[in-house]
Design a protein around this ligand. Structure first.
Ligand SMILES: Cc1cc2nc3c(=O)[nH]c(=O)nc-3n(C[C@H](O)[C@H](O)[C@H](O)COP(=O)(O)OP(=O)(O)OC[C@H]3O[C@@H](n4cnc5c(N)ncnc54)[C@H](O)[C@@H]3O)c2cc1C
Length: 417
């Protein structure tokens, strides 16, 4: 089933009876070439690119819940390529280029909207940092514009410029950044992988990883054992638990992050805006709700719900920055489990067990990485070689101390990244 304007028109005129399910609901086979543990954004995109770019289709994605129920459907949907450090910058640049062709590639409307991301700065030091980062983005081939206070006031008249506790000096504008509809990204990749023959097995929790003579041989699941010579662990917030099944202790902490949505309002926030003096980021969804979030909940947890002090903290930051949102009613909030790494950058690597691969450590920026991560991880699994845009995400950097990619300069403190 292909989507097109003509098809939508035809279905609209004939009672919408011709739509078919986006993917099959197959029974798991006894053996596959490749098993992917985790049907989130990264697991699904990995399956999709294994099939579409490498012609490998004897693959199953094993998801303990339902497709789109993890962080891929819980995030605040920001897509950007505004990283400073080599290692990160070429990877996120690669990912953004994939975003730009994604809807055509998948034949699926993921509502990718390049409305621009603006990071505000509030001091001379922050302006210097923004200028440096902008130059790095431009030299990487991406876009960045340093806006002064007057330019910004024209673009974002609703911010509190005059009586703010932290005066706004300007902003770093990244026009190609923006948002996408999070669960549609999961559905689009799921549909694309399924169409190419990948089995998506929902309600199938992996409970053990089988290893013999140093090589992976398959997994144990709640729907029985499944054999495979290659297994990819892509379980985001549950990465530590899954890797423990293979006897590995990962340098990952799992933390809660909350998000919030208000009632639908008339269009008032045209971009993604981030506060420079507190952790707060906001955009407006196509339905009109203000979508925003802030910091982690500051303790490690596997609970996908947050606590009230963080709610208060996020609301305070929002009202400080743009007092006008104080009148909006928050309708919903939820939490997701973040896989926080010690340097704030991800891990995309093979492991010491032959055939066992690892993709995790996305902190709270892994949504924008979904296309890039799946693309480079599929390359590693299919060819055995690191993709040219993802050579730095090695697991052993935390053992050797070489090649740390600490974008925030915060040191080895997971909850600060
Ligand atoms: C509130 C919030 C806001 C965020 N905002 C942004 C943002 O604006 N921009 C951005 O880039 N990123 C953002 N993120 C981060 C981003 O959502 C995550 O980094 C990313 O989604 C993680 O990868 P994933 O999609 O594969 O994870 P998930 O969707 O969580 O996928 C992992 C899957 O593995 C499955 N699984 C776990 N254990 C097992 C098992 N034993 N067997 C089988 N399956 C298993 C889980 O059920 C889950 O479906 C945000 C996250 C949250 C929670």
């Amino acid at each position: 089933m292909r989507f097109s304007g003509l098809r939508v028109l035809k279905e609209g005129l004939t009672g919408n009876k011709g739509w078919t399910p986006h993917w099959r609901d197959p029974e798991p086979k006894a053996e596959y070439d490749i098993l992917i543990i985790g049907g989130g954004g990264h697991g699904l995109s990995t399956a999709y690119y294994l099939a579409s770019e490498h012609g490998l289709t004897n693959i199953a994605v094993l998801e303990k819940g339902y497709i789109g129920g993890g962080n891929v459907g819980r995030n605040t949907t920001i897509v950007r390529a505004n990283y400073f450090l080599p290692g990160n910058s070429e990877f996120y640049s690669h990912s953004l280029k994939l975003w730009e062709g994604l809807e055509e590639d998948l034949n699926y409307n993921v509502m990718h909207s390049q409305r621009g991301v603006i990071n505000l700065f509030h001091s001379d030091g922050q302006r210097d940092e923004a200028a440096r980062r902008g130059n790095m983005m431009i030299s990487q081939g991406d876009d960045a514009i340093l806006l002064g206070r007057d330019d910004l006031r024209n673009m974002l008249p609703y911010l509190n410029y005059d009586s703010a506790r932290f005066p706004i000096y300007g902003g770093l504008y990244h026009p190609r950044g923006g948002t996408a509809r999070h669960d549609a990204v999961a559905w689009g990749y799921a549909r694309g992988a399924d169409q190419r023959g990948v089995d998506l097995i929902q309600n199938c929790e992996v409970t053990g990883i089988d290893i013999a003579n140093g090589a992976v041989t398959g997994v144990q699941t709640t729907r029985g054992p499944i054999r495979a010579k290659k297994v990819a662990m892509v379980a985001a917030g549950r990465s530590g638990q899954v890797a423990a099944m293979a006897g590995m202790r990962l340098p990952i902490e799992s933390h809660v992050l909350q998000a919030f949505v208000t009632e639908g309002l008339k269009p008032c926030i045209d971009h993604v805006v981030t506060f420079g003096m507190g952790h707060f980021y906001i955009s407006q969804s196509d339905k009109g709700g203000l979508v925003f979030g802030g910091d982690l909940d500051f303790y490690a947890s596997y609970a996908a719900r947050g606590n009230l002090p963080t709610v208060e903290h996020v609301m305070e930051a929002g009202v400080t920055l743009m007092p006008m949102i104080g009148k909006a009613k928050v309708l919903r909030s939820w939490g997701g489990i973040m896989d926080m790494s010690p340097d704030g950058s991800p891990i995309i690597d093979r492991t010491d067990t032959q055939g066992l691969y690892l993709n995790c450590g996305w902190n709270y920026g892994g949504f924008k990485a979904v296309p890039g991560s799946g693309n480079v991880f599929a390359h590693l699994i299919a060819t055995g070689n690191y993709h040219e845009n993802a050579t730095g995400f090695r697991l052993d950097r935390f053992r050797t101390g070489r090649g740390i990619i600490d974008e925030e300069g915060k040191g080895s403190q997971h909850n600060l990244h």
